[in-house]
Write a protein that binds this ligand. Sequence first.
Ligand code: RIB
Length: 307
Amino acid sequence: MSVLVVGSLNEDVLVTVDRLPGRGETVIGSAVTVAPGGKGANQAAAAGRLGGGVAMIGRVGDDPAGDRQRAALADAGVHVGLVRSTPGELTGTATIPVEAEGGENLIVVVPGANAALLPVDVDVAELRQATVVLLQLETPLETVLAAAGAAAGIVVLNPAPPQPLPADLLALVDVLVPNEHELRRLTGADHGDRDPAALVELARGLGAGSVVVTLGARGALVVPVEGDAVLQAPPSVQAVDTTGAGDCFCGALAQALAREEPLAGAVRYAVAAAAASTTGAGARGALPDHAAVTVLLPSVPPAVPVT
Ligand code: RIB
């Protein structure tokens, strides 16, 4: 396998709202859509659309939603033989209000069967032989740790949703991909605004390998183990829904790393893919294929050094 994803599969309930509700507030939505989701499955689907040799390890419930998640992944070209049904559990769900203009969202996940993904599930030859193993934090931490420990290829961890990470896990990670919020949570930093140089300093203090900080519409910050950090801006697109853009970024990054692209080139490819993914509704509404990303690449600005 080129890319092996270990992670979550959810059924997403997307609700269109004029603006996101505040704490304790009720707002009226205008539309509801049910779509395949889950950070792990979204990342696998993104990688699958962009190239071959992608497989996923995960757990769904013994229910129709589980069948739908497996079918959606297979439709994206992902091998789903290691996505198992879990008797007595429901497939994970996510409720996601999305603003009609600009596509900002917030997400509440009920893990269901994702919580039953155990270290024994990742004790398979496919994981040991994968070129890139792509992980997130919507499944038990002990399973993430077992997968990182068993991997012989490049280990990429998207620490979402964030939680304190043990040093032994960080030591196994080759490329950590937090967003700005996750980087703050992992480092215990406050919520103040930070310029790219300050974010680089936070990233360097993590004790992981290379760090790529995703910054939404501002692109991504590449902080390599050795050498200078750079800020990679994305191409300009008309965003409709940003749900899952970070997942598309991770899937595309994994595909490019599996092709042996250097980290900066892989990030350039990933910002183009993620930008394209925001032009349709839902986490997988506009996942690009390799040809579509190739068309966008010339409009990706050059990366600039961060000093
Ligand atoms: O990153 C977006 C994803 O987060 C959604 O698809 C939802 O299922 C949650 O896992």
